[in-house]
Design a binder for this molecule. Sequence first.
Ligand code: SAM
Length: 341
Amino acid sequence: MITYVGTANPGFAPYAMEELRRRIRGTKVSGLASGETFSFTSGTMEPAELLKDLRRKEPIFLRHMFPIEAEVAISDDADLVANALKDYALTLGERVKGLKVAIQVRKSQDSPFPFTSAEGRDEIVPVIEQLGGQFVPREADWIVSVYATRKQLFLGCSEPRNNLSDWPGGAVRFRRDEGLISRAAFKLLEAEKAFKLPLSKFTNVLDLGAAPGGWTSVLLERGLKVTAVDPAEMDASIVMHPRLRHLRKNAADVSFAPGSFDLLVCDMSWDPYHTCKVVSSLSAALSAGGSGIITLKLMYRKPFQSIQDLTEAYAEHFEIRQVKQLFHNREEVTMWVIRKP
Ligand SMILES: C[S@@+](CC[C@H](N)C(=O)[O-])C[C@H]1O[C@@H](n2cnc3c(N)ncnc32)[C@H](O)[C@@H]1O
């Protein structure tokens, strides 16, 4: 049996734990820090079988995981902690020889861990190099993960695909802060990666709840023709774009010819059940086989029930491909659907 450190968005660890309890026979879950991290075991499942199953159908709320291969009591003594990091790295031996290794160090807010992430990483790098591995920040063959809590230091090493995300704790970062119309743009950029759905393969997109235009600007950058629907104003930097048509209307009051679009995106700040009705009524405007990326607001603090009710309702017109709480989602999840023929 293997024990893993799991990470979810702040406040959503209880849901990630519940999801794993329902999925992994005999798992034991236990909170580690502030509604965000926890440990869970492979229970009665073979670890390889568990990883395959989690990769095949990713849990909604579990953002990141790594196997605990060593666990030591934490202290604020820099020498002791540095030695613990090095001792663990030395155990990696042949595993990392000739391969690219990333090192991700995180700590909970209440941890006495005496280093920053970069300092912790720098304690490990020389050992990896001594073992014949090559330290890389990204695109690694192996990721060494360190997570420090108030009491413990957890250490492990895994292939990136078995962490569900190759970002530390699944915290995806985009280098696009300057000139960004809205932070909401990160949600679409993250969805594109998470669902492995390159937006540039689409031609005509319907963007519901588009203002001020973060998603729209990403879609325009990818070369798409965008029909944006929102009663609110679009950002001045894109409003005159030749491939943008902005309808200043409520999404419930628009209609389009069948098959007008091959992509529909929706980030409306509206009751999710109303949103579902509107999107469903516009589904014929999306060609059969076209994709939809839809934010589902979790307004009623009953995420599982809301997600189940909403996916059942969307399933009338769409095949549900994936539902995932992205790092950039707050009280919401993001869904990818395909229009049924
Ligand atoms: C979170 S913002 C969207 C942000 C946008 N995706 C971006 O990247 O800039 C939600 C938007 O939904 C719009 N909205 C809410 N209800 C709507 C409705 N019934 N029809 C159209 N837009 C609506 C709001 O006006 C608001 O601009």
